[in-house]
Design a binder for this molecule. Sequence first.
Ligand code: SF4
Length: 77
Amino acid sequence: MEFSSWREQGRCRGVDPELFYPPSDEEAEVAIAICRDCTVRELCLEYALTAREKLGVWGATTERDRRRIWRKRRKSA
Ligand code: SF4
């Protein structure tokens, strides 16, 4: 699915984007809570991992979470 089409189905649509770019991971809870019930969460996360999105909350993960996933995948590749 293309980036624009799944994004339109995201629960974050219409929500203040600043919530998804918190100053620290500790302040990402509200955004993560929105992501948890999002129907396109998996697609969003895969997009962020593939695009190596460094900033923001994507698919209920913070930058730190994604770094952890990248490392795990690199090890098992
Ligand atoms: S998972 Fe989160 S950031 Fe991704 S589309 Fe859904 S609500 Fe938005």
